[in-house]
Design a binder for this molecule. Structure first.
Ligand SMILES: *Cc1c(COP(=O)(O)O)cnc(C)c1O
Length: 429
């Protein structure tokens, strides 16, 4: 299978090249040339399969031309060494808990898969691979942990100084080994811009093999489709399923749209946003107007120019009518997020994180209008990753899982960085 760039200014790439490059040379995002389809027999068998079995089926459909099944099996099973339970929150509303991986956020799935795919494709090579990753919090930790200790790979994490939570910061600044953390004077958008500029820098790419681990990378984006199949299979049979995704760069949501295109019978998708409502504005007006991000308590969704929007446009042939029919948007202020966390906890004892809270509420609002429907939302992070915020909302002292406490005990090691490209470039050289 070949992968084309959404900008279509360069020839299609092999899977290997698409994974190692991350971003295409014309600045576009890679998409599969052919989207495999599953028949109804596949879906009726899903409820009897494990998460790992389903993931392998989907991986074979997408990557089976390029990687032997035995190797794909190892990549998939080694990636998914944790469960993804579907938990009932209220009558028709379920939470797909994606936070049971090593860093307790959904990005573990994509990051671990990507790391193993890169290792597979570079296993016989001597050149050092430099993974660059801009993070607003969870990407950095998931990628750094996904690649930790991997030979022949150095990971550089760029994060906005003072704008990620203490726990998130500890998850990528205390690792050492092949992981280095740059504390950037600026916002997440500055970090993303520095990384994008580095990829477009020809000379730099000749001298250093740079690759991206942001959600633009195909091998991070696609494995996120696995758990939509799994989540759907855990839902009560014969129900129409709406899926709601707390969205920032829209990689997670777009993977759900891909799963649907492969035949997954999801009725409707919802993009839940915080105050950074660029996508909602697009749904309302047809105009996509990126703007600087606004800091919120759902900080991993503070994105002013969602990078996977290009994939959504491509998937729907740039047809605004099709996009608005397939996806709805909702937006929540910090005050609303706080109210939701508190209300849902008081009423059900289910503890949401600020990102999941946006999605839970958007799903509730949507299902309210459609009583027959059921749905699940993606709970993308463990609430304890945002302990200061949650404690404040509930006036409580929520427990921190041992896995997260272990990160907090490490020593922070960071390198200070301005938001100027020349400084970043000099550092990489
Ligand atoms: C990254 C992240 C999101 C947003 O995911 P995208 O794929 O960028 O849309 C939502 N919630 C949490 C907790 C995250 O870390």
């Amino acid at each position: 299978m070949k992968y084309y760039s959404t900008n279509r200014q360069v020839p299609p790439a092999t899977l290997r090249d698409a994974v190692l490059k991350g971003l295409a040379d014309d600045n576009g995002l890679y998409m599969p040339e052919r989207i495999p389809q599953f028949g109804s027999g596949f879906f009726s068998a899903l409820p009897r399969k494990t998460l790992q079995e389903i993931a392998l089926d989907v991986a074979i459909a997408l990557f089976g031309d390029d990687i032997a099944v035995a190797q794909l099996h190892d990549v998939v099973y080694d990636t998914l060494r944790f469960e993804i339970p579907l938990v009932k929150v209220t009558g028709n509303c379920y939470s797909l808990e994606l936070f049971h991986g090593p860093t307790m956020a959904f990005k573990d799935v994509g990051a671990r898969f990507l790391a193993r795919m890169m290792q597979y494709f570079t296993r016989n090579e001597k050149v050092e691979t430099n993974v660059l990753v801009a993070t607003s919090g969870d990407t950095g930790s998931a990628v750094a942990n996904g690649f930790l200790g991997m030979e022949g790979v150095t990971v550089t994490v760029l994060y906005p100084k003072g704008l990620v939570s203490k726990i998130q910061e500890a998850q990528f600044t205390t690792l050492g080994q092949n992981v280095r953390a740059l504390e950037v004077e600026g916002t997440f958008d500055d970090c993303q811009r520095l990384v994008k500029q580095a990829f477009l820098d020809k000379e730099l790419n000749v001298r250093r093999r740079l690759t991206s681990a942001n959600s633009i990378n195909l091998a991070r984006f696609i494995p996120q489709a696995f758990y939509y199949f799994w989540g759907w299979a855990q839902m009560p049979q014969d129900s129409e399923v709406t899926v709601c995704v707390p969205s920032g760069n829209f990689g997670n949501l777009t993977a759900g749209l891909l799963a649907q295109r492969m035949g997954l019978p999801v009725k409707h998708f919802i993009a839940a946003n915080n105050a950074n409502d660029i996508f909602l504005k697009y749904l309302q007006t047809g105009a996509f107007s990126p703007r600087p991000s606004i800091a919120t308590i759902a900080s991993a969704m503070d994105v002013g120019n969602p990078s996977n929007f290009a994939r959504i446009l491509d998937l729907y042939d740039y047809d605004y009518t099709k996009i608005t029919a397939a996806i709805s948007g909702y937006r929540y202020s910090d005050a609303q997020i706080r109210e939701v966390v508190k209300r849902v906890f008081d009423e059900t004892k289910y503890l949401l994180d600020p990102h999941g809270a946006c999605a839970c509420e958007a799903l509730r609002e949507r299902l309210e209008k459609d009583r027959k429907a059921t749905g699940f939302f993606l709970e993308t992070a463990h609430p304890a990753k945002f302990k200061e915020t949650i404690d404040d909302i509930l006036d409580a002292d929520i427990p921190v899982p041992g896995k997260l406490q272990a990160f907090m005990r490490g020593r922070k090691q960071t390198i200070a960085m301005s938001n100027r490209y020349e400084d970043f470039r000099a550092f990489l050289l």
